[in-house]
Every structure is written in structure tokens, then in C-alpha cells.
Design a protein around this ligand. Structure first.
Ligand code: GDP
Length: 302
């Protein structure tokens, strides 16, 4: 059984971890958003691919980002040196960014550079950046245009959002690895990630929607709304900007004809739907939700 999962960093990453139990490392390929990537402290930070990787390695910290039990010596030293440290990177997290940055400096593709991080974390599944070209999400709010991380962390995600741009997306292409994963999958899933800023940049890469339409695998999205609420993060803020209600039906509308089915904890009309509790708060729940989603997707015909 081969599953390709499109994912942001947290909701999608939890589903990825559940899928690892259900289809095994051999069967799982995650295509992760790189719109949140940034250059900080001289390294290439890739938040969503790293979050997915740390989840798959059972190394994610309870904070929801970074590596469990990490230390902060580099941040302390930078602070002592009078440097800004608003972007918090633990020492081991920074080491993984160094692995990636070194390979990029050697002229390697982002796909290969992140594969070294995946291997370094002992993960057997594939975690693929959506593309090799730089795509950067920029947010316009309160009269300013900011890189995504600066808006989220330094500006504390203060809305309302006035505009959104995925710079570089127009000239990016899905990598051969991404195209192969989607074409050869038995099931393609869109994780319960923010549809606007996590899945949005992935679908903004020309060739990606076409690949999803062309695959013979059913394409199923999971709603990121649980009990009508966002579990964590700024999904609501961005849905408000995109004119999307915070519910599964609006998400289905946003993904349009890409979907063959949807998984949500609320009724959805107009597309085959599996209604089930989608909260993935512990390993059992992640496994149950992942197994039910794969079974449902397999039952759908294209
Ligand atoms: P980010 O890149 O870290 O913002 O993460 P994502 O975009 O991948 O995920 C954010 C979304 O995940 C939020 O809208 C949450 O509601 C959703 N989410 C988090 N945990 C769960 C869960 O257990 N179940 C479901 N269905 N959604 C979740």
C-alpha cells in the first residue's frame, strides 16, 4: 500500500505519524510545504518538512516544534553576543539545519539536502519538499508585507491579513520525486493542515493540481477543523482572509474538483465523506484515524 500525503507542519504531521503505523515506512511519502522556509543564523530552516520528520522520528517536542529534550546553548551564546534570537532553534534542531545547508552550499537540490536530514533522524519514510526552487510565503498585514516567520513570530500573527503571496511559486515545478509519489500512490491524502498557508503553497506550484488530477489514486482531504474549531495555530486568521468558513464544507469548496472524498467530524454534502472523530491527540487516535482514512480512500473509485 503506497500513500502520498500533502502536508503542512502540525495537523498533517500527526496524520503522517499515524500513517507510518498503518502502511509502514516503505508505504509512506510525505510532500511538505516549503513556503515557510527561511534563512536564519546562516542556515536554511525548513519548518514544515522538519516538523514532519521529527514527528516520524518520534522526536517532536511537546511545544509542537523542535526536537524533544533539545538544549539552547547556541541561542544563549547569540543572546550574550547581542544578536537577535526571536527565531528559536534548539542545538540539535540547528544541527539538522546545518546538514541541509552544507549540502545546499555544495550545489545539491533541496530534495537531497532534506533527505539527509530524514536519514540523519533515522526516518525510513520519504519526506519530500514540494519543489526544489525557493518559494516564500509573504503576509501583508497592517500595511506591511513580511516574510511568513517574521509575521508569525516577531509580529505575533497579528491580523487582519490584507494580502498573501507565494513568491517564486510561479516558476517552481514539482520535483520528479513528488510527481512519481503522486502518480504511483494507491491513495493520495491532503492532510488536516491549514488550507490557505500550508496546502495553498503546495497547490500553487504549477503542475501540482494537474498531477493530482492525473493520478489514478483517489484523492481525499481531511478537515483541520475539530468540533468546529482549529486545534492549534492561525488557520482561522487565514481562512477569514480567504473568505472561508472554518468548516469542512468550505475546505471541500476550496479544493474543488481535486477531491474524490473528504474525512471530517461533521456532515459534508456533495462529495463522498467519512464522518469520524478526527482528533489525533495520542498514538492510538493517530493510528485509528489514519487507518480509517486509508480504508475509506481505498473504497473510492476514480
Ligand atoms: P502548521 O504548518 O504548523 O501551521 O501546521 P498545519 O497547517 O499542518 O496544521 C495546522 C492545522 O492542523 C490547524 O488547522 C489544526 O486545526 C489542525 N490540526 C492539528 N491537530 C489536529 C488533529 O488532531 N486533527 C485534525 N483533524 N486537525 C488537526
Amino acid at each position: 500500500m503506497r500513500v502520498a500525503l500533502l502536508s503542512g507542519g502540525s495537523g498533517g504531521a500527526k496524520l503522517a505519524r499515524g500513517l507510518l503505523d498503518v502502511v509502514g515506512a516503505e508505504g509512506l511519502t510525505v510532500v511538505a510545504n516549503t513556503g515557510d522556509d527561511a534563512e536564519v543564523y546562516g542556515v536554511h530552516v525548513s519548518p514544515d518538512p522538519d516538523l514532519v520528520t521529527y514527528w516520524l522520528a518520534d522526536a517532536i517536542d511537546e511545544r509542537g516544534y523542535g526536537i524533544r529534550g533539545d538544549t539552547w546553548e547556541v541561542m544563549s551564546a547569540l543572546k550574550t553576543a547581542g544578536r537577535p534570537t526571536w527565531f528559536r532553534l534548539g542545538d540539535r534542531d540547528l544541527a539538522m539545519c546545518l546538514v541541509r545547508t552544507e549540502l545546499l552550499a555544495d550545489g545539491r537540490r533541496l530534495t537531497d539536502a532534506h533527505a539527509a536530514v530524514v536519514e540523519g533522524m533515522g526516518v525510513g519514510a520519504r519526506v519530500l519538499p514540494m519543489c526544489d526552487e525557493p518559494v516564500r510565503t509573504r503576509i501583508e498585514a497592517r500595511g506591511r508585507s513580511l516574510p511568513f516567520q517574521e509575521f508569525m513570530i516577531a509580529d505575533r500573527a497579528e491580523g487582519p491579513i490584507e494580502g498573501l503571496e507565494f513568491t517564486g511559486a510561479g516558476s517552481a515545478r514539482p520535483t520528479p520525486e513528488v510527481l512519481a509519489a503522486i502518480a504511483e500512490a494507491d491513495v493520495v491524502l491532503i492532510g488536516p493542515s491549514n488550507p490557505v498557508i500550508s496546502i495553498g503553497p503546495i497547490l500553487a506550484v504549477p503542475g501540482m493540481p494537474e498531477a493530482l488530477r492525473a493520478t489514478s489514486a483517489p484523492v481525499v482531504a481531511m478537515s483541520p477543523f475539530v468540533g468546529g474549531e482549529v486545534v492549534k495555530g492561525p488557520t482561522r486568521l487565514f481562512c477569514d482572509h480567504a473568505g472561508l468558513e472554518p468548516d469542512a464544507s468550505a475546505m471541500v469548496g476550496a479544493y474543488g474538483d481535486l477531491l474524490d472524498g473528504v474525512v471530517a467530524d461533521e456532515p459534508v454534502d456533495g462529495v463522498p465523506a467519512l464522518e469520524t472523530d478526527t482528533l489525533m491527540g495520542d498514538p492510538d487516535a493517530r493510528r485509528r484515524v489514519a487507518a480509517a482514512t486509508v480504508e475509506f480512500a481505498k473504497s473510492l473509485l476514480r
